[in-house]
Write a protein of this length. Sequence first.
Length: 221
Amino acid sequence: MSEELEALFKDMAQSIIDGDSDISVELAKKSIEMNIPPLDAITKGFVVGVNYIGDQFGAGEAFLPELVMAGEAMKAAVATLEPELIKLGEARETMGRVVLATVEGDIHEIGKTLVGTMLSASGFEVTDLGVDQPADKIIGKAIEIDASLIGMSALLTTTMVRQREVIEEMDKEGLRPKIKVMVGGAPITRDWATKIKADGYSEDAVGAVKLAKELVGKADA
Ligand code: B1M
């Protein structure tokens, strides 16, 4: 990696740590001008900063206002890069409809939105319900739009159990295997996904696209 690129990624991380949306957006724009792949900017730059603040918060060394500002700066940077992510996809074929949501009680949206953007860029028709979504809303929307896949994000150990509730409800209503379920989010593991009988788990947005294609039977597309 060149020194210039290394410095840019470092500044990106710092802009999130400082909770400075103006600078994070400016750096996101700079990365576009420099033709840096948008996913690199996110994962090697901005995410490093948000993870740092998350760890500091977890250790009691940063507080809620800092977490909120870091979240806002991260959101603004990812939104700036979103058109570039969409451009990356050269989807010619419709892959199927996906309902995406962060589960009830959980308002973390950045990772979920990133997954949604990547799925859209890859040809999926994504209905993103947003955050804090109860089981009935998620399932109701999937039935309404005849979705082939539900994607659920959870970032809290206290809300990940909601993923299981949605799956149990779907099983009760006989909606599976017609509608497949994919889960993700920082505390989610493959073991958890297996335990709650999800159809698949991915640890990041790129993996989520690959998995979604497999689940709808279009792995080669
Ligand atoms: Co919160 N938060 N937060 N937070 N927050 C965490 C999750 C935490 C780990 C921080 C910490 O303590 N170290 C901790 C959870 C601890 C736990 O449960 N064990 C925590 C806490 C405690 C809280 C509050 C309870 C704090 C409080 O109020 N006292 C509160 C909860 C509010 C609620 O939801 N009810 C809270 C609030 C917030 C903010 C609102 C301030 C803000 C969110 C802003 C927003 O989203 N608009 C925030 C933030 C920013 C974080 C951290 C720092 C960063 C999350 C993030 O955006 N990461 C986070 C610490 C961390 O995760 N390092 C933390 C970047 C994003 C790109 O990654 O979301 O993981 P991620 O998504 C990845 C993958 O996980 C995956 O792909 C994405 C891209 O690679 N993925 C999927 C995600 N969803 C997927 C779905 C898929 C597949 C893959 O298929 C469907």
